[in-house]
Design a binder for this molecule. Structure first.
Ligand SMILES: Nc1ncnc2c1ncn2[C@@H]1O[C@H](COP(=O)(O)OP(=O)(O)OP(=O)(O)O)[C@@H](O)[C@H]1O
Ligand SMILES: [Mg+2]
Length: 401
């Protein structure tokens, strides 16, 4: 790509990175979080070692799972000399059209001369390691990939750390799939054989640790005993350990008891919203958070996504095909559709031994179920097929061997 690129003659910042006049608009230092981080040390070390070897590392995962939070942890754990050569650009509110310019500005390349992009980038990077964190890229993937490819080829010491709900799918990309916080109840490492300040029940999962921290910050004294801790674990389990959902649930502790909150989340996620928060719109409710991904679903994949929401607890490929009415010869395109939904982290495939299941996070499934309910005809169709499938299955099982 030839063009009117050049480095600006603007101020130098520590580490020799050249900063352009407009770079502050999008390019900045990592965001500062004022709440404690729970877990993620293994994921951070894994990512740091990938970053040593790979030029492009993408942290992927569903909305609210903690990709941005992990990227900021990684940035804070870099060697000091590298920290000075790290820039951060958040694309969450950037359009696909403006995203390439935001990235160029973050690297420090400005359209001030007749230099080719590659040469302009080389003048900024100067064969030294440089890390650009590109935060929230899922909605601009297609528009930034050509630029990233050109920069990666031109500057072997340039590294991109990307957070995105879907991988970029470009040559050389290393993906780190970020899982929700652990739901397994364990004693904190420092208190394996003793109790803690909060009572005689130190064992709790990572997810519960997050809930308890956020709930106590909301000013609600929690009387922790075996039963309330059980409710906390239930709350975290109901939302599959997704940190954003846990934070939204914890913001409700002043309204109802932990048991009531846990019971409510068994039926509906309508409480997972926080109208009073100052956070980004996407993070004010799980509904909004999932809609951000749903908006990226291609129209031809929407029926698959909606249809699969009728299965609580996931389903086999065979069941999925029966509901989606997939015939022989169409299997390939159905698999492609599933694959695109998996790519967006709206669906996952769990392979155990010789079998596999298609599953959705429960928050995602209920979102899809809600969307399906807005089309009564489609809803009836899929529910009928689901009932037929169950009857056929029961009849098959009842057949003599
Ligand atoms: N490990 C963690 N410990 C504490 N808080 C966390 C953790 N992970 C995420 N959070 C909190 O959960 C919320 C969502 O996290 P984050 O913004 O990193 O999610 P995300 O995966 O980047 O979401 P999106 O796809 O919408 O950008 C934030 O308030 C964040 O501080
Ligand atoms: Mg993010």
């Amino acid at each position: 790509m030839d063009g009117d690129w050049g480095t600006s003659q603007a101020a130098q910042v520590p580490g020799g990175f050249q900063r352009g006049e407009n770079s502050e608009a999008n390019a900045a230092h990592p965001p500062v979080f004022l709440t404690p981080l729970i877990g993620r040390s293994d994921e951070a070390s894994q990512a740091l070692s990938h970053l040593d070897n790979e030029q492009i590392l993408t942290i992927c995962g569903p909305g609210g799972v903690g990709k941005t939070r992990l990227a900021s942890l990684i940035a804070s754990e870099l060697r000091d000399d590298l920290k000075h050569r790290l820039r951060w650009v958040s694309l969450a509110s950037t359009s696909p059209e403006s995203a390439p310019a935001a990235i160029r500005a973050a690297v420090g390349i400005h359209a001030t001369s007749q230099l080719a992009l590659a040469e302009a980038a080389q003048r900024v990077i100067r064969d030294q390691r440089f890390i650009l964190v590109i935060d929230n890229a899922e909605h601009v993937v297609e528009s930034i990939v050509p630029l990233l490819m050109e920069l990666l080829h031109a500057c072997p010491t340039l590294h991109f750390l990307v957070t995105s709900r879907s991988p970029l799918r470009i040559d050389g990309e290393q993906v780190v799939q970020l899982r929700p916080l652990g739901l397994k109840v364990v004693a904190p490492a420092s208190q394996q054989s003793s109790t803690d300040a909060e009572g005689d029940f130190p064992e709790r999962s990572e997810a519960a640790q997050l809930f308890l921290d956020r709930a106590s910050r909301a000013g609600q004294p929690l009387n922790l005993d075996e039963s309330t801790l059980g409710s906390v674990e239930d709350i975290c389990g109901a939302v599959d350990g997704i940190p954003l959902a846990i934070e939204l649930a914890a913001a409700r502790v002043h309204m109802m008891s932990l048991r009531e909150l846990a019971q409510s989340l068994e039926h509906s996620f309508s409480l997972l919203s926080s109208p009073l928060t100052h956070s980004e719109e996407r993070h004010r409710s799980m509904q909004e958070c999932i809609r951000w991904s749903f908006d990226l679903v291609e129209p031809l994949d929407q029926p698959t996504f909606l249809a699969l929401s009728v299965f609580t607890g996931g389903c086999t490929w065979e069941a999925a095909q029966a509901i989606c009415d997939v015939h022989l010869g169409e299997e390939g395109s159905f698999a492609d559709s599933v694959s695109r939904l998996v790519n967006l982290n709206l669906l996952s495939v769990q392979i155990t031994g010789e079998s596999s299941r298609l599953t959705m996070l429960e928050t995602v499934r209920q979102f899809a179920r809600g969307e399906l309910a807005t089309s009564p005809e489609l809803e009836l169709l899929y529910l009928d097929r689901h009932a037929e499938w169950i009857s056929a299955l029961l009849a098959r099982d009842a057949e003599p061997l």
